[in-house]
Design a protein around this ligand. Sequence first.
Ligand SMILES: [Zn+2]
Ligand SMILES: [Zn+2]
Length: 308
Amino acid sequence: MSIPAIEPSHIYKKLSKVLKFSEIIWYLNNVLKIVDMSLHTYRYRYKVLTDPAKHVYVIVFEDESGNVVFVDITSCEDPRPYLEHLALPSTVIEKYYDLWKRARDYVETMSRTIAFKPLKPFDMRDLEIAMAAVKEVFPRFIIKELEPMEMPSEAYDPGRNQYRAEIVLDALEKVKRDISCDFLIGFTSADIYSGNLNFVFSLQNKPIEPSIAVFSTARLHNSFYGAEEVPEVTRERIRKQLLHIVYHHLGLPDCPNSRCVMAYVNSVMDVDSKTMDLCSLCKALLIKNYMYKILVGESRVLGEQYIM
Ligand SMILES: [Zn+2]
Ligand SMILES: [Zn+2]
């Protein structure tokens, strides 16, 4: 007797009972994409356990004989009580707890080299605020402050009095060839735009795990809007938006929680209403990203050997 193939829409229906719509979209886009291929490739049965208040999601995949083939954990705290609640065999619990713990330990101890390339015009105080924010939140990270250079003139649009961020990224790509770093951030107080957007606070070379970004402080200052400067407010805005792109570099997508530092923002008001902190969902996803990296690093290639 064969089990019908599972479609992600079935999981969507289950999740929709406990999650807000925006969270479901986020979850499907960012959490389930890795198991999506398994869903299509294999005929697994699954169990879903959620604790929405704590943003814990556990999905257990079983083969036709009821053997656990893969456990998908989204949790920023010890997932063992949830695995026990699902009555999984103790060997399975230990295996996935160990994997989760290794990923969590990795997130807590990892190091990255972040290089800042000041692009004239830039504000030295703003740059110092940005570098200090990285140092404070990621004390193990190595920060490199590179020699300033001019904004690339070919990126300038005189009609808009703005620089096109894509062209700035091209210039930074050339800079990165000679610099040993994980993430290169071009830092400017010039106003930048991208594609059809009137402006952007920053642009990256990839949405997730970018290696290059351009970051503009122009619209983080009240003076841009003709209002009085409040240094403490500017400082908080720079810190939030800078940490936002560093977390993108570490693998986090934008987050639907407007209080989370990973919230996508359209205005400086949006920046002001979010916090400097990751929400528990994003904390969990950060760990989860590295769980997958550990698995992939152990040659358990997706769709082939996620099976125990
Ligand atoms: Zn973002
Ligand atoms: Zn979040």
